[in-house]
Design a protein around this ligand. Structure first.
Ligand code: TC6
Length: 710
């Protein structure tokens, strides 16, 4: 885990723990033993710590946090390094993050490659840099900079790290060779002033002011999170307390955080996101053994808002795009829109002028579908209508080369039905982007019964290439995302039953979700059309299901949301982002309920949360039962990236695991008995099975239990 080599007058300690040299207990033992051995070797004048492979060290082993860790900690190694009578130099390539940066800060010197990155990402895992990072960084950078770096968790470039005094030097050539040259230049120099524990924190007397300012910022940016506040408390301790007392405070706050539900959810989210890329199909094909097809050119059919956004994603990733629209006028509008997006990125410093020009050069607009004949992949983004899509796919099938993949940006329609219009259903998949497509990071890829593993691998890889988090769904009505979302449905029922829409929004916001009630008129009209019913009448039922016609009423009254200045709220044109509660809406609700004879009642915050989330969770379990999602963490990734579910709660499925499946199941049964006309309350069989277990089954074992039943 740590290779020990003596090279002339140097000991080289090379961390060798692929893939990211995380500080497992073997690594900490290796470093500790290596330092002691180097101290005993008279031929050794200096020690160089370096990482093998692509990175120096990505910090503590996150997988080990849920187990009880015994043995040497990072601080034990750090203290051995710091007190060493021989200089210790860390040579950083790739990243030095978290505990990795802490190890570097215990060293007397730090040098790095020019592309190296540094940071304390612990806060993103609901933690603080608990190996004295919060006490040592302020001694180098000063308090305000340390507060910003630690509470944001962001990665710093090597240039920034030199500016703040975090590293001593950036080197140009072979890192180890440069480290030896550097070490030769400092051998024999006194080490005392280089031991950070001996340094004073600059402007320590101003710490309360810095703390107050940083706290305001943290509360604004990371509402509901406890870790950033704990980080600030320990940094304040670094300025106010003697070193060892500050270290004690840091340890005790770290212990509090590591056992918190927020950290558990954030660590789960870290791995959930990575595991979404590791897919497996019911036929056994897996990401690990399936090669994606090559995609070096693409076409997007339909240049509306979605099509344009998708084109932007592809162009940014260096994939030339043929954009197809019905006529020149629409094409021109789309090209202007796309250029506006690029201009915005340039203005924000996220794109260079040259890159913008390159992207525009790679974009070709046309009104002739035949032009797409040579592209590797087509993404259709036209109106959400099955017949229309089938027509387009039938034409594409004839025009495109036989190896081309044909994808649809549909958000709900059956991929099998779309694929049936072609002679290559194995090459057809759904690529469901979320609006705005150039901003939202989620890509829900959908496979049908005939989609080949190669096609799945291709769309998953394409997602990675264009910077999306891709999650795989089996085809069904609404796929994972839209099928599962029952929040809007339950919210309007709650309004009918007695809750104010503003209270519901507030309760959900306090929970960490700011979705806002939606009128959703167009979708509802489409659904009604499919059922052959008219939505204008006030009604409690539709097609033997409970139905709330309030949103239809609001729509008929011209209350279509921000664009009409009114919806559930009023909107001031000068500040449309700040909705204003509207008494007229409360009157409309009253009249609606009187007309339908609905007795309104008091509704608690607990009921709002349960009704909105448990209905959604129940559907999530059905999605798992039917193998629409392969694992619960895929569902949670969709909720975090598609619906802004608070990451510190993990996602609806993880939330259910924290509440306890038995309790969730009991409440779902209660609501099913209370609302028999809402079929989404019919309890899931998988949930029933898991809830009947005497022990709570961990979320990563839910599917093992279910597969055994199949
Ligand atoms: C800490 O240090 C606290 C200290 C105080 C203690 C008292 N541990 O992201 P990638 C895995 S807290 C274990 O796909 P990239 C990852 O799951 C820690 N595993 O690659 C994946 O596994 P898979 C503070 C880790 O090149 C594989 O490595 N540090 C760890 O896009 C590759 O990862 C952090 O929070 C880890 N620490 O990005 C750093 N890190 O292949 C977190 C990664 O089985 N890590 N893995 O799926 C990162 O930010 C990024 O992984 C990266 C590499 C920038 C290091």
């Amino acid at each position: 885990m740590v290779d020990y080599r003596v090279d002339n007058q140097f000991t080289v300690l090379e961390i060798n723990n692929p893939p990211v040299n995380a500080l497992s207990s073997d690594v900490t033992i290796g470093l500790y033993d290596g330092i002691l051995k180097a101290l005993q070797d008279d031929s050794v004048q200096a020690v160089i710590i370096i990482g093998k492979g692509k990175v120096f060290c990505a910090g503590a082993d996150i997988t080990a946090f849920s187990k009880s860790i015994k043995g040497l900690g990072i601080t034990d190694v750090g203290h051995a390094i710091e007190s060493s009578s021989k200089p210790v130099i860390s040579a950083v390539y790739g990243v030095a993050l978290g505990g990795g940066l802490e190890i570097a800060l215990f060293c007397h010197y730090r040098i790095s490659d020019k592309k190296a990155k540094f940071g304390f990402p612990e806060v993103q895992l609901g933690l603080l840099p608990g190996a004295e990072g919060t006490i040592r960084l302020p001694r180098l950078t000063g308090l305000p900079v340390a507060m910003e770096i630690i509470t944001s968790g962001r990665q710093l470039s090597a240039q920034e790290a030199v500016k703040y005094g975090i590293i001593d030097k950036i080197v140009e050539n072979d890192l180890l060779q440069e480290a030896k040259t550097f070490a030769t230049s400092i051998i024999g120099k006194p080490l005392d002033s280089l031991r950070l524990r001996t340094k004073k924190v600059k402007n320590a007397d101003l710490v309360d002011k810095y703390y107050d300012d940083a706290l305001k910022e943290v509360k604004r940016k990371s509402k509901g999170l406890i870790a950033p506040v704990s980080c600030l408390k320990t940094i304040r301790g670094s300025a106010k307390l003697p070193y060892d007392t500050a270290a004690q405070l840091e340890r005790s706050l770290f212990t509090e955080l590591i056992t918190s539900s927020q950290s558990a959810a954030l660590r789960y989210s870290f791995f959930a996101e990575r595991s979404a890329a590791k897919w497996r199909l019911p036929n056994g094909a897996r990401s690990a053994n399936t090669k994606p097809g090559s995609v070096v050119s693409a076409a997007v059919i339909g240049a509306g808002t979605m099509g344009s956004g998708i084109a932007v994603c592809l162009l940014r990733a260096g994939i030339p795009v043929i954009l197809v629209e019905q006529n020149e006028k629409l094409l021109k509008a789309a090209q202007t829109n796309i250029d506006q997006i690029f201009r915005g990125s340039v203005q924000l410093g996220k794109m260079t002028l040259e890159k913008r020009q390159e992207c525009l050069r790679m974009l070709q607009g046309t009104a002739q579908l035949e032009k797409v004949k040579d592209v590797d992949i087509v993404i259709e983004a036209i109106f959400e209508n099955l017949k229309l899509k089938q027509e387009v796919f039938a034409k594409l099938d004839k025009i495109c080369k036989p190896t081309a993949f044909l994808c649809s940006n549909t958000s709900t329609l059956d991929i099998d039905k779309i694929a049936s219009a072609t002679s290559r259903p194995d090459k057809v998949a759904g690529t469901h982007f979320f609006a705005p497509a150039h901003i939202m990071r989620l890509l829900e890829n959908v496979y049908g019964s005939k989609t080949s593993p190669e096609t799945v691998a291709t769309v998953m890889e394409l997602g990675r290439k264009i910077g999306k988090i891709s999650v795989l769904s089996k085809t069904c009505d609404g796929f994972i995302a839209n099928r599962m979302n029952k929040i809007g449905v339950e919210a309007v029922y709650l309004v009918e039953e007695g809750a104010s829409p503003y209270n519901i929004d507030q309760i959900m916001e306090d929970f960490g979700m700011s979705m806002g009630l939606d009128v959703g008129w167009r979708i509802r009209q489409e659904q009604a059309k499919a059922l052959g019913v008219n939505l204008t009448a006030e009604t409690k039922y539709l097609n033997a299901e409970r139905y709330c016609s309030l949103p239809d009423k609001l729509y008929e009254l011209g209350r279509n949301g921000i664009k009409t200045g009114r919806g559930w709220y009023r909107y001031d044109p000068a500040n449309p982002r700040k909705p204003i509660p509207d008494l007229d809406v409360l009157d409309i609700i009253q009249t609606h309920c009187q007309n339908l004879g609905i007795q309104r009642r008091e509704i608690t915050a607990q009921e709002v949360i349960e009704r909105c989330l448990y209905a959604t969770i129940n559907e999530g379990f059905k999605i798992l039962e039917e193998n629409v999602a392969e694992k619960p963490s895929d569902i949670d990734v969709i909720w975090q990236y598609g619906f802004a579910f608070p990451r510190y709660r993990g996602g609806p499925m993880f939330y259910a695991s924290q509440v306890g499946l038995r309790k969730v199941f009991e409440r779902i049964c209660y609501y099913h008995a209370t609302f028999p006309y809402s079929k989404h309350w019919l309890p899931s069989d998988l949930l029933r099975k898991l809830a009947s277990s005497t022990d709570e089954i961990p979320i990563n074992q839910w599917m093992n239990n279910w597969s055994s039943k199949l």
